[in-house]
Design a protein around this ligand. Structure first.
Ligand SMILES: [Zn+2]
Length: 311
């Protein structure tokens, strides 16, 4: 017994010394973002995605667009049930605004009322699980074009009890998803398979890039926050993504835990047009030379299939 305990302690302290990689998985555009709009497919996407998440014991958080929970201005209980599957799985939900518009594109007051409109059902479901609504994710990761707007919005978020959910590992899973959806809609199983086969290696290359970008900026790997979407391709490949992350030595933590990393105390002063990783925001603040130039790209054939002109 004593020997076992000693070995366990030795292993624990070894992890503490080497610093195990940690990552929070954040999933946007709940309940589902896909060209597959019928209820049965949406239930299947949600069920499979949550099945993978539960199996891998990932304390993920999902960010909701509540406009998807209404049909003709009326609450659509079947769509609300999709969201309830998340809270029933013990997962946290956050606010991603009601109608997914960009803070760069509409006036702040309009954006704020859209945010408040998007919290009622989410909060209702969270309260039933004795949880609070506490995180906000900007649609498109677009955070405002002036320091004044950002400061006013920060004050608004604070007043309403929200913490911004930053992203360190940004990627284009939505482009792969669009390609996957389109191939599915055409009955083109061969293209679906090709896109799927390219997906996890692409995501791994991205993860590896952000690990290096973190090293370049901080001299260490920060606790990562990965952005993904509640889409069809992730419902098929979440299992493989989780296995890839585990293989790289990641432990899954919740967003609150990840944000305890002091890197996230750094201010975000970026007022450019793009929706970018917080690590790039901090890198640019420090100087252009801190931004690594070799960020992996979506393969050409996936771009073509997706219909997106650029990333
Ligand atoms: Zn979104």
């Amino acid at each position: 017994m004593r020997t076992t305990l000693f070995i366990l302690l030795a292993i624990t302290s070894a992890f503490a010394q080497t610093g195990q990689r940690t990552i929070a998985i954040t999933i946007d555009d709940l309940p589902v973002v896909s060209t597959r709009r019928d209820l049965k497919n949406r239930q299947e996407i949600t069920g499979k995605l949550l099945g993978h998440i539960k199996k891998a014991k990932i304390p993920a958080i999902g960010f909701v667009n509540e406009n998807k929970l209404y049909a003709n201005e009326k609450r659509d209980e079947a769509q609300v049930d999709l969201l309830r599957m998340w809270t029933d799985a013990g997962l946290e939900l956050g606010n991603h605004t009601y109608s997914h518009r960009s803070l760069n594109a509409i006036p702040l007051a309009e954006y704020q009322s859209d945010l408040l409109k998007g919290e009622s059902i989410t909060r209702e479901l969270l309260v039933k699980k004795k949880r609070e609504l506490r995180f906000f994710r900007h649609p498109y990761l677009q955070t405002g074009r002036s320091i004044e707007v950002k400061a006013q919005f920060d004050a608004f978020l604070k007043q309403h009890g929200y913490t911004i959910a930053p992203v360190s590992i940004d990627n284009a899973d939505y482009i792969f998803s669009a390609a996957y959806d389109k191939a599915f809609d055409k009955g083109d199983l061969e293209s679906m398979k090709k896109v799927g086969d390219a997906y996890v290696p692409y995501m791994e290359a991205k993860v590896e890039y952000w690990e290096r970008q973190s090293m370049k900026l901080f001299g260490r790997e920060i606790s990562q926050t990965l952005l993904m979407h509640a889409n069809f391709i992730n419902s098929d490949y979440m299992d493989d993504l989780a296995a890839m992350l585990r293989r790289r030595g990641y432990k899954f933590v919740d967003l609150e835990q990840a944000l305890k990393d002091e890197a996230y105390r750094l201010p975000d002063t970026y007022i450019g047009p793009a929706g970018i990783s917080w690590v790039h925001r901090w890198a640019m603040e420090k100087g252009r030379e801190f931004v690594l130039g070799d960020e992996p790209k979506v393969p050409e054939f996936v771009m073509k299939l997706s219909g997106f002109e650029s990333e």
